[in-house]
Design a protein around this ligand. Structure first.
Ligand code: AVJ
Length: 322
């Protein structure tokens, strides 16, 4: 009997690449930007003058350190500081330093999908802030949060910095916040960064630097397909394109084919055809206003306790409670 060939995917990456590149219009998820090279490119982005988000949030944490620390310790002075997607912890270290120097009773639990990121963070903390008790958790956010919950009932302060929530469509952001909410107890807090709507030019510039770091970051998803799935993308045949809609607050990244071309992906056993100027949508970076943040929180069953922001209100850290 004739058996149809069935493509079996070994990884989520393979399946998502196959789905995204055989769909119309084509799309790939921004979560696949981040391999070792992508992590490095994102580090470079965070230190570009145009990418204001990092500096703004750093300044907010620096200008309100004592107040934030008091808030974390209020009610019940003993807490776990849990960070989702900790990265290099550069911003978090401002808080950790203050908490440690002022003898707050806390433990720091960075959660990251990458064990090497966690090892690096633990090493640097051991050198810079040896008194901070660090208990890294490798895994996805929710796996790790569940594990932490099952261990004991200590108050949790959950950090989600960098406007990382901006990679999610509102619908997905609500699901994400609901999942966090379900794992929160009554005195737990969620401390979360939102990049706010502002002059559209400022936003476009942040995702369109003249040196091409953002372009390389965006194209890194194609480099990964080449390296990991045996693809033969020619990265020079695509250009990075950014649009920002000031009405919805959505910044979108695309890769645009400069000429018609066919790309083989050996591991998936497919040939992907591109017409000239055909697009691959790769990322959204959502910008918010107060109304939208209030709406997201309400939908997820969370209440806004307070907020911290810079003088121009370009970036805000909200404190949410169940
Ligand atoms: C890490 C998701 C917050 O969308 O601003 C930076 C990623 N993309 N430049 C963002 C990113 C292009 C970043 N986040």
């Amino acid at each position: 009997m004739h058996k149809p060939t069935q493509v079996l995917f070994e990884t989520q990456f393979e399946e998502d690449v196959h789905t995204g590149l055989t769909d119309f219009p084509k799309h790939l998820s921004s979560k696949y930007f981040y391999d070792e090279k992508g992590d490095r490119l994102f580090q470079d982005i965070m230190s570009m003058p145009e990418y204001y988000l990092t500096q703004k949030e750093y300044d907010i944490l620096l200008n309100h350190t004592a107040e934030i620390a008091q808030l974390f310790a209020s009610g019940n002075p003993k807490f776990k500081l849990i960070e989702l997607g900790a990265g290099d912890g550069k911003k978090t270290k401002i808080l950790l330093k203050h908490l440690s120097e002022n003898d707050f009773e806390f433990k720091y639990q960075p959660i990251d999908i990458s064990q090497s990121v966690l090892n690096g963070l633990e090493d640097s903390l051991q050198k810079e802030l040896p008194n901070v008790r660090v208990e890294p958790q490798q895994g996805t956010y929710f796996e790790a949060l569940k594990k932490i919950n099952s261990e004991n009932g200590t108050k949790k302060i959950i950090l989600f910095l960098g406007s990382n929530i901006g990679n999610l469509l509102h619908e997905q952001a609500i699901d994400f916040l609901k999942n966090v909410q379900e794992l929160m107890q009554d005195d737990d807090l969620l401390f979360i960064g939102f990049d706010m709507k502002k002059n559209p030019q400022t936003i476009l510039d942040a995702y369109n630097d003249p040196t091409g770091i953002t372009a390389a970051f965006n194209k890194n998803v194609l480099a990964r397909i080449n390296n990991e799935l045996g693809g033969n993308f020619n990265l020079d045949k695509f250009l990075h394109w950014e649009v920002y809609d000031p009405e919805t607050g959505t910044a979108k990244s695309y890769l645009v084919a400069k000429e018609a071309q066919s790309v083989r992906i050996d591991k998936l056993d497919v040939l992907i055809n591109f017409g000239q100027w055909e697009t691959i949508h790769t990322e959204i970076s959502q910008k918010y206003d107060d109304k939208v943040v209030a709406w997201l929180a309400e939908k997820a069953g969370l209440k806004i306790e307070t907020e911290f922001c810079d003088a121009e209100k370009h970036y805000k850290n909200f404190v949410l409670r169940k």
